[in-house]
Design a protein around this ligand. Structure first.
Ligand SMILES: Cc1ncc(C[n+]2csc(CCOP(=O)(O)OP(=O)(O)O)c2C)c(N)n1
Length: 377
């Protein structure tokens, strides 16, 4: 067995002190260590955890994700289209429930057989974590070398590998929504492009704009391509988790996340995580066109959702619906002055400009430019 406390300290020595994950009993002692000794973000699902950890990496942290192998399936989208695509490495620990001969529960049987294959298919480098501490330390150094080459590395952890670390009492915050306000839309709906123009005009030296998958990022690139921008190209629904990890690891920067209704609906659990950790420097803007505009304008069910109520109910301190670009501007300026995790909702027109292009920079180039912007600031 590995002495988990010392193993965690070794991780810390290598610089890994930011964790996100969803618990698994095989990993519980490492999770306990992370909760006791490091920054640990309890994610709503394993995909969000990967995106949060990727955001922390963007902000200069070495980050770790912890998950059960059943949750590896939840993480496929960001692992394959965020971490791989943008070269955002994270160090992963995934349990091996359902190992052959273990007599585990039926729901783990198939995943136990395909965990290694799935990692391999996703081109994630991996190894079984040794239960010998000296060997495990060597493995960590090797994994760290992959991370420094910008490649994600996962340890597969078998039952009984980690020895006990007691969980210290967790001090849970009790939160409240303080401001909830909904202004009805007064004028014609603004287009997404007009709205993005407002956002780029307002962004200053400390601001980072992260745009969700599809036409939002594509239009932002056309409106203005700047070093403080990131255009998400895959991992739909992960933008606010990426923003959360970044905002937590770069408290002096102002992180603005531009979400879409389809994207937000895909990973609504992330709202509760954002609200719980509520970084002062995160602004979550939802542009609702009631469609999956990027894929042909198919309807979403957003007309039945009160996103402001939803954000308020999971305790975003400030949740506002703005009705015009003027109101949007005022709300952003207020946030820039006062901070505080804020959710802003705006209805926008369907559709986009004809012949909309795509970012001409590769995703990993956009990321490298953004990381430079962050470290120069
Ligand atoms: C996991 C996943 N499923 C589906 C897609 C395809 N896809 C790309 S953008 C998009 C629509 C996004 O809708 P929304 O967030 O409302 O933004 P809009 O397109 O309206 O700007 C879809 C379905 C994807 N990239 N990833």
């Amino acid at each position: 067995m590995i002495p988990t406390q010392q193993f965690g300290n070794e991780l810390k020595k290598l610089g890994y002190d930011f964790y996100s994950g969803v618990p698994c009993s095989f990993l519980k002692y490492l999770i306990n260590y992370a909760i006791n000794e490091c920054d640990y973000v309890m994610a709503a699902n394993e995909g969000d955890a990967v995106a949060i950890a990727a955001g922390a990496y963007l902000g200069g942290k070495k980050s770790v994700v912890l998950m059960q192998n059943s949750g590896l399936t939840n993480a496929i989208s960001p692992l394959t289209s965020l971490n791989y695509t943008f070269q955002l490495p994270v160090l992963g620990f995934v349990s091996l429930r359902g190992e052959e001969g273990l007599g585990d529960e039926p729901q783990h049987e198939l995943m136990g057989q395909i965990t290694e294959k799935m990692l391999k298919l996703m081109k994630v480098k991996w190894a079984y974590l040794s239960d010998d501490f000296q060997e495990a330390k060597k493995q960590l150094k090797k994994a760290d070398r992959y991370i420094s080459k910008k490649e994600t590395f996962f340890f597969v952890v078998k039952k009984g590998t980690l020895d006990e670390v007691k969980l210290k009492e967790q001090q849970l915050k009790t939160l409240q929504n303080k401001v909830k306000n909904k202004t009805a839309t007064k004028a014609e709906l603004p287009t997404r492009r007009e709205t993005l123009k407002v956002l780029t005009d307002l962004s200053d030296k400390e601001t980072i704009l992260l745009a969700t998958t599809g036409k939002t990022g594509r239009e932002l690139f056309e409106v203005a391509d700047k070093p403080n921008h990131l255009y998400m190209v895959g991992s739909m629904g992960c933008i606010s988790s990426l923003g959360l990890g970044l905002a937590l690891s770069q408290p002096k920067k102002k992180v603005v996340v531009i979400d879409g209704d389809g994207s937000a609906i895909m990973r609504m659990g992330s709202f509760s995580t954002n609200a719980y950790y509520q970084p002062n420097n995160l602004l979550h803007i939802l542009l609702d066109n009631n469609t999956h505009d990027s894929t042909g304008g198919q309807a979403t069910v957003s007309h039945n959702i009160d996103f402001v109520d939803q954000a308020a109910s999971v305790c975003y301190p400030i949740a506002l619906r703005v009705g015009t670009l003027d109101e949007l501007t005022k709300a952003i300026v207020k946030w820039q002055m006062n901070g505080g995790l804020t959710f802003l909702y705006l209805k926008i027109a369907k559709g986009s400009t004809k012949d909309l292009g795509r970012p001409t920079m590769k995703p990993h180039e956009v990321k490298t430019r953004l990381m430079k912007f962050i470290s120069n600031g």
